[in-house]
Design a protein. Sequence first.
Length: 165
Amino acid sequence: MRQYALTDLIAWIKASRNYALDLPNAIPLYYNPWLRQVARDLYALAPEGYKRLAGAAGLRKALREARSAIKEHFKKSNEVEVRPSRVGELMLLYPKRASPPAKSHEAAVEALREALARAFKYASGDAAREALEHKGYLEWDDYIKALGYALRRELTKNASPRGTQ
């Protein structure tokens, strides 16, 4: 878990009414700037062959395209607070009381990693083939846009209720 300011902990205690400092729920995850740190974590977890195609900068750019879907994904298991900071946007993830925070965050990151792997497959397969048929060549920007689109689609598809897919 990342370090956080005491004021953030106090704000979380007030927001969650966790005045007893129930320790499994007392520590928020701290991402600042959140897109860069989430991208770095996912880059480490991404399939080796695919991540070389996008690179770290490409993955950050693709995550920027899917930022709202990523926030919604984290909202399933956490209370999410995003606010401006000196270096970008700060994201605090306050674990919900329903499950232990470490397990729920690991599950959220694992689901995000699986969605990213499916998005890489789409961008490297179908999207690349369509670009080659349409233009005759594949540009890196087109690949990254397809990756961001596919990641957003995967995360929103997984967010919808089971009966409406």
